[in-house]
Design a protein around this ligand. Structure first.
Ligand SMILES: [Zn+2]
Ligand SMILES: [Zn+2]
Length: 369
């Protein structure tokens, strides 16, 4: 057994409590990681508020980064002391995993959202011995230590700041991947990014690296639009009546080649689809369990448009995350500009900053040396 403190989420609406917990020793295919820092993603907010079905009490958090402390007997490729990003869990054996499309692992719901490992057990316990729902996105990283499958880890270069890298494991790979892995814009392609949060701004930066133009950012928040313009958007459009006409006017030829939807409301999905020119593709990253039905005008199909759901940016993490780190080193993917660090004990303030939009990407930093 290992010890750590973890943020425990009771029923929706209850305060988050940071308490001591115990972790099982890693099984043969697992790794014990000391979490250095962990981002807060929109899905953590949905989970906290009970919009995502999950057993409770639970430990959430799924943008962890840290240092390997112990490895299971069958683990190869990782050793104590290795800096890592923890990303989502996949089985590694289904056809999609074997095809490097692990975001669509056929076992992903059980491995990421069941509240435990594939066999139903949890590696995290209260000090009185009761199990906590954990392995959220395979990790549950609002904790000083996690026991995770080695398959969910991506090794970091030794010279990057570990505390900055966690959000590459979800939010940033989602937005960047929707552009670089899904839309794959040719230079000069017109793109719209709807929603300028962490995912949308990652999409904007990625679109710029790919040479897209124009890059039209759409949001309700003028400050977010200013940030989008600084990070690579060529145009900014307020999300209000008339936004569709503005996007079409900026892009010309009836609309954009590609749109990245990062909000998850029926209205924004429809906006993404209707903003497309003939044959364009809308990559929807924002739709979640609570989005409900999305009414789509049948006539839109006559335009040869594609509406494409995207999970984790179609990322194959061991390949894509190092690529994003390279772009960051080159100054072309400056995601560090979006983050603000909070001490782990200020998790409530960090959640509030994320919910209000004051901070694009809060990162909780653990105090364990
Ligand atoms: Zn996430
Ligand atoms: Zn799989």
């Amino acid at each position: 057994m290992f010890e750590a403190r973890a943020a425990i989420f009771g029923e929706a609406g209850e305060a988050i409590r940071i308490e001591p917990v115990r972790l099982e020793a890693p099984r043969a295919d697992e790794v014990l990681v000391r979490i250095v820092a962990t981002g807060i993603c929109h899905t953590d907010l949905l989970a906290r508020d009970g919009h995502l079905p999950y057993r409770r009490p639970a430990v959430f958090g799924h943008e962890g980064s840290g240092i390997v402390e112990a490895v299971g007997a069958a683990v190869t490729g990782f050793a104590p002391g290795d800096p890592v990003v923890v990303t989502y869990r996949s089985c590694g054996a289904c056809p999609n995993c074997l095809d490097a499309r692990s975001a669509y692992c056929e076992d992903k719901r059980r491995l990421n959202f069941s509240g435990g490992r594939a066999d139903g057990t949890s590696p995290v316990f209260r000090c009185d011995g009761t199990a906590l729902a954990a392995a959220f996105f395979g990790q549950s990283s609002f904790a000083e230590r996690v026991v995770v499958a080695a398959r969910a880890l991506v090794r970091l270069p030794s010279d990057v700041p570990v505390e900055l890298m966690g959000p590459l494991g979800c939010g940033f790979q989602t937005g960047a991947g929707a552009v670089l892995n899904v839309l794959k814009p040719a230079p000069g392609s017109a793109l719209a990014v709807i929603g300028a949060g962490a995912v949308g701004l990652a999409a904007v930066m990625a679109a710029k690296t790919a040479g897209a133009f124009p890059i039209v950012a759409v949001d309700r928040d003028a400050a977010r639009l200013d940030l989008a313009l600084e990070l690579g958007a060529s145009h900014a459009v307020m999300a209000e009546e008339g936004a569709l006409d503005q996007i079409r006017a900026i892009a010309g030829r009836g609309g954009v080649d590609g749109a990245v939807e990062c909000v998850g409301s029926a209205a924004t999905v429809r906006l993404a689809l209707e903003a497309l020119r003939m044959g364009g593709t809308a990559a929807v990253t924002g739709a979640a369990a609570g989005t409900g039905d999305i009414p789509i005008p049948a006539a839109t199909l006559l335009y040869g448009r594609t509406l494409r759901g995207v999970v984790q940016g179609d990322s194959n993490p061991p390949v894509f995350i190092p690529r994003l780190i390279d772009l960051w080193r080159q100054g072309r993917f400056p995601f560090d500009r979006l983050v603000r660090f909070f001490p782990f004990d200020e998790i409530e303030a960090a959640f509030a900053a994320a919910a209000s939009g004051k901070v694009v990407k809060p990162i909780l930093r653990m105090a364990v040396p």
